[in-house]
Design a protein around this ligand. Structure first.
Ligand code: GDP
Ligand code: GDP
Length: 436
């Protein structure tokens, strides 16, 4: 069960400094293992063994100064809707400002858990100045220096203790594949959900305890049975949501945590954009299955090569993890949806695929013998055997005398061989070299 912590506040109070501090240790590890570029405004952190997602909402604000205030207000409103916990950052050096008051007002009327963080308390003399922030009417505040880390421990202790407890799971639905549609605003996600479910949506669970409840809807048609985790389609959209990228990302974060496979929907009339890429990387980082839907295909003028061209373009953008099904759909005119369900279920199966150790060794050891890892400092790297790890998602360990000398390109080669011989389409896989 994931928790989302949103950092809000006006510019220059230290939001991104805090964000970087919360992420530092863990992100470094994630990067080293997967070689994945990190998303600048979103990441995973943990404190005393409790894992949570952190979003620096400030990172999503763009535009000139005059639209700034409007954007910040929107950002606070959205953070309230989406996050479990809000860290409201203010700056002790500048004291209480009008914009602080305005944001505090928005936060006060919400029922959300808000932690007021008075930042830049680098030395004790500022502790006394911090008192003025009581006037924001948010109760206790935490004196922190995001720059040197002081006070962050106490703040995190309280935040982690305040997370809503995971609700008991409904065991009847545990066995079904869980899917979610993610993507940018306007791609057609709600349309797809509505098309699939029609009027009689049968809501099987309502996961309480999260802020915006994600809703599990049971889908049973054409021989398919799965759970659609509905975050986008279930409620009316406000204007605000439509135009904020940040919103799409939060929604994706929320959905990704609850599913096996994400259907990443892009708008064919706009092509594959950098924001689509961000969501794709989130899915990959979280080891979830992935299917790309190029939606609104009805609006594209086509010749016989159009689909091929689209596919090639997307593959080139998403490399190196490009072993992903790309389908063309029209949520509105109900085209391509059967194939979509088929493919999604296949990806669920691929994600659960377990290879016998004997089969794996029979296949991989000769390949490795013919194409061994390059020698390093005159030393041979010998791979003795390999096995699939007992994890939920496909991960493989190769045992060798010198694991530290096996470099990323060779790991890619091994991954590609695995993908070539077994069906792992749509699924991130991990390859480790270990000492033996
Ligand atoms: P954001 O716009 O809210 O994301 O703010 P930043 O994290 O970019 O920080 C704005 C400025 O405040 C930068 O120059 C930071 O180095 C500085 N800053 C952030 N945290 C602290 C702190 O705890 N103490 C001091 N003295 N400066 C800080
Ligand atoms: P969401 O923000 O991703 O949930 O997108 P919506 O489902 O609200 O769709 C945005 C707009 O695109 C709406 O006007 C839909 O009617 C339209 N739309 C969705 N899917 C399709 C499609 O396959 N073809 C066409 N032509 N329009 C679509």
């Amino acid at each position: 069960m994931g928790h989302i912590v949103a950092i809000v506040g006006r510019p220059n109070v230290g939001k991104s400094t805090l964000f970087n501090r919360l992420l530092k240790r863990r992100e470094a590890i994630v990067d080293a293992v997967s070689g994945v570029t990190r998303d600048r405004h979103y990441g995973t952190s943990d404190w005393n063994g409790v894992t949570f997602s952190v979003i620096d909402t400030g990172g999503y604000i763009t535009g000139t100064d005059d639209v700034f205030e409007v954007e910040i207000r929107k950002q606070a409103v959205l953070a309230i809707e989406e996050a479990d916990v809000i860290i409201f950052v203010v700056d002790v050096v500048s004291g209480v400002t009008d914009m602080d008051r305005e944001i505090a007002q928005i936060l006060r009327v919400s029922k959300k858990l808000v932690f007021l963080m008075v930042n830049k308390v680098d030395s004790n003399k500022y502790v006394y100045h911090a008192v003025e922030f009581f006037q924001l009417g948010l109760g206790t505040y935490y004196c922190v220096s995001a720059a040197n880390g002081s006070g962050t421990g106490e703040l995190l202790d309280h935040i982690v203790a305040a997370f809503p407890k995971a609700p008991p799971q409904d065991h009847n639905v545990e066995d079904f594949a869980r899917l979610a549609v993610v993507g940018r605003p306007n791609a057609g996600k709600s349309t797809l959900i509505n098309t699939l479910l029609g009027k009689d949506r049968h809501i099987v669970t309502d996961i309480a305890g999260t802020t915006r409840d994600t809703i599990d809807v049971c889908y049973r048609q054409f021989g398919f049975e799965c759970i659609l985790v509905d975050t986008a389609g279930i409620r009316k959209k406000s204007k605000v949501e439509k135009d904020l990228e940040f919103y799409a990302v939060m929604r994706a974060v929320r959905a990704i945590e609850h599913v096996d496979v994400c259907l990443l929907m892009i708008d064919a009339t706009r092509g594959f954009e950098s924001q689509d890429m961000n969501i794709l990387r989130l899915v990959e980082k979280n080891n979830k299955g992935l299917v790309i839907l190029v939606n609104k295909w009805d609006l594209v003028e086509k010749d016989i090569h159009t689909a091929q061209r689209h596919e090639a373009f997307i593959k080139q953008k998403i490399a190196p993890f490009d072993d992903i099904p790309i389908l063309f759909t029209s949520a509105q005119s109900k085209k391509g949806l059967l194939k979509m369900m088929e493919t999604a279920i296949r990806v669920v199966e691929n994600r659960g695929r377990k290879l016998k150790t004997s089969l794996l060794n029979e296949l991989m050891l000769p390949i490795i013998q013919t194409n061994p890892p390059p020698m390093v400092k005159g030393k041979y790297i010998k791979v003795k055997y390999c096995t699939q790890l007992p994890t939920h998602t496909p991960q493989f360990a190769f045992f060798t005398n010198l694991p530290q000398y096996v470099k990323v390109p060779y790991k890619r080669f091994i991954e590609n061989q695995l993908r070539h011989h077994f069906d792992f389409k749509g699924v991130p896989i991990k390859v480790y070299f270990r000492h033996k």
